[in-house]
Design a protein around this ligand. Structure first.
Ligand SMILES: C[S@@+](CC[C@H](N)C(=O)[O-])C[C@H]1O[C@@H](n2cnc3c(N)ncnc32)[C@H](O)[C@@H]1O
Length: 192
């Protein structure tokens, strides 16, 4: 191996790349500054659909700016300033998705007191699993060094660990010898 192992964020993009094809529909549950939304928009192409959620106006602005800077056609990018807990109020019941990504924590460069929270996060994960296609992936990058982060981390781990193994495979990807609570990744695959 000539390259370093990817960090959790890099690995999330490798997994998305493998799971998502042109024309697919996907969800970015925490658009923030739009890095993942842009990545997903490129993967699904002009006839795919990206549904993005964030509770902060700043996140919608930053994401729209990023997409425009990269000349992404906004026609099929649906951004909502509302909690990801409400995904089912937006997504048609029959809408299948092949992937969803959540980057937990606060908006980098924004208000560090506005963070993702266990109840909304687990509600959003449940909604995504309802829409997920077989072999599709729901990916969570868990940052937990901030106040409240440990509680959310435990809730999300519990959610994942108690999913029935006949229906879902769950991967945890984590460097275990790093200081300062490095983020880790959870990937839930629907297997039937
Ligand atoms: C770590 S940032 C996301 C970074 C983003 N993926 C990017 O590429 O820049 C986490 C985001 O989650 C948002 N957030 C917090 N609670 C939320 C909720 N209930 N629903 C949707 N977004 C939420 C925050 O406003 C923040 O922008």
């Amino acid at each position: 191996m000539t390259k370093r192992l990817p960090n959790a964020l890099q690995f999330s993009h490798q997994l998305l790349k493998a799971a998502v094809s042109p024309n697919d529909s996907v969800i970015d549950g925490t658009i923030g500054n739009g890095h993942d939304t842009l990545f997903l928009a490129k993967l699904v192409g002009k006839s795919g659909q990206v549904y993005g959620f964030d509770i902060q106006k700043q996140a919608l602005q930053n994401t729209t700016d990023r997409l425009l800077r990269h000349k992404i056609d906004l026609k099929n990018i649906h951004l909502y300033q509302r909690s990801h807990a409400n995904i089912n109020q937006v997504l048609p019941e029959s809408q299948q998705i092949t992937a969803a990504i959540f980057n937990l924590g606060y908006l980098p460069g924004g208000d560090k007191a506005i963070v993702t929270k266990s109840k909304a996060t687990t509600a959003a994960l449940t909604a995504c699993l309802d829409h997920l296609a077989v072999n599709g992936l729901v990916i969570v990058v868990v940052y937990y060094g901030h106040p409240g982060g440990q509680t959310e981390k435990e809730a999300v781990l519990h959610f994942c660990q108690t999913l029935p193994q006949e229906k879902y495979g769950v991967l945890k990807y984590q460097f275990i010898n790093q200081m300062h609570e490095p983020p880790f990744l959870l990937a839930i695959q629907k297997i039937k």
